[in-house]
Design a protein. Structure first.
Length: 286
């Protein structure tokens, strides 16, 4: 099939982008960045936006930079930008590990980090990372100006976020992980490149051989990614070992409220969550 008729706009500055969104957002105007989710739904006419605002020509949005202790990722930055570490510490290594799990190479070359965050698919790897690291989402519009939205408030449900009509997700800010941070990721899908049934992100630091500053988040299993304080509490002040990791996995299994659908039952997802939390912690420890 082919998309329904729409009007195409190609701004070259952020100011022009915001002006177009202010003008057309109420008339079902959409931002086009990588288009890996939007364009297929348009082709099947499941989405029929009347206006597309293509931000690929806005050079200001195609940057990754470190500023004030945060990695700032612009709205035009592709998944493939993270295949090599974008910074020398644990965060760069974690992102390079995660990106290998995202779909297939052609999608990684075209799709964008911020586009994945804005789309808020429960099975998005970047959404799980954002939740685990308490990322900040920078939204901007001509009407309301700039808002900084913490990850815990940004993801509201399946493909639902705190973005307002006419707002551009200009960038996502991830905290630079201190040297010595242990970070790991694990996900399970039935085939490579398929949507994940569940995934986990884990980071921690060691103080005198004991774990501290725990961050454990789960994605794919619930309507939105989130940190699991129940699992984190089982680890704080304990030495990293398989037995403790199993306890955290069990706590995560008990804490999640999984999606239940005809092909993947809730109990099965809980079991996968348990396994992924354990594997993410093992990855962090190795």
């Amino acid at each position: 099939m082919k998309p329904a008729q729409f009007q195409y706009h190609a701004p070259t500055t952020i100011a022009e982008t915001l002006d177009l969104l202010a003008r057309y957002a109420q008339d079902d105007g959409r931002v086009l960045a990588g288009g890996q989710s939007l364009v297929p739904t348009m082709a099947f006419r499941l989405a029929r936006p009347k206006h597309l605002v293509d931000i690929n020509g806005v050079s200001e949005l195609n940057r990754v930079r470190v500023e004030n202790g945060r990695l700032c990722i612009g709205a035009g930055v592709r998944h493939s930008a993270f295949e090599k570490p974008v910074e020398d510490g644990p965060l760069g290594g974690l992102l390079a590990s995660v990106v290998r799990h995202i779909a297939h190479r052609p999608i990684r070359v075209r799709g964008t980090f911020c586009g994945s965050i804005a789309h808020a698919d429960p099975a998005s790897e970047w959404c799980a990372v954002a939740a685990a690291l308490d990322a900040e989402m920078v939204a901007e519009s001509k009407i309301s100006g700039t808002r900084v939205i913490p990850a815990r408030e940004f993801f509201e449900g399946i493909m639902t976020t705190a973005l307002h009509e006419g707002e551009l997700l200009r960038e996502v800010r991830l905290p630079i992980l201190p040297k010595g941070t242990h970070a790991g990721f694990a996900e399970y899908s039935r085939r490579a490149g398929d949507y994940a049934i569940a995934m986990a992100v884990a980071t921690y630091r060691l103080k005198n051989g004991m774990m501290s500053d725990m961050h454990i988040a789960v994605g794919g299993a619930e309507a939105a990614p989130r940190r699991l304080p129940e699992a984190e509490r089982t680890l704080i002040g304990r030495p990293p070992n398989f037995g403790i990791f199993q306890a955290a996995g069990h706590a995560a299994r008990q804490a999640v409220d999984p999606i239940d659908d005809p092909s993947i039952g809730a109990d099965y997802r809980r079991g996968i969550v348990r396994a992924m939390v354990i594997r993410a912690l093992e990855s962090a420890a190795s």
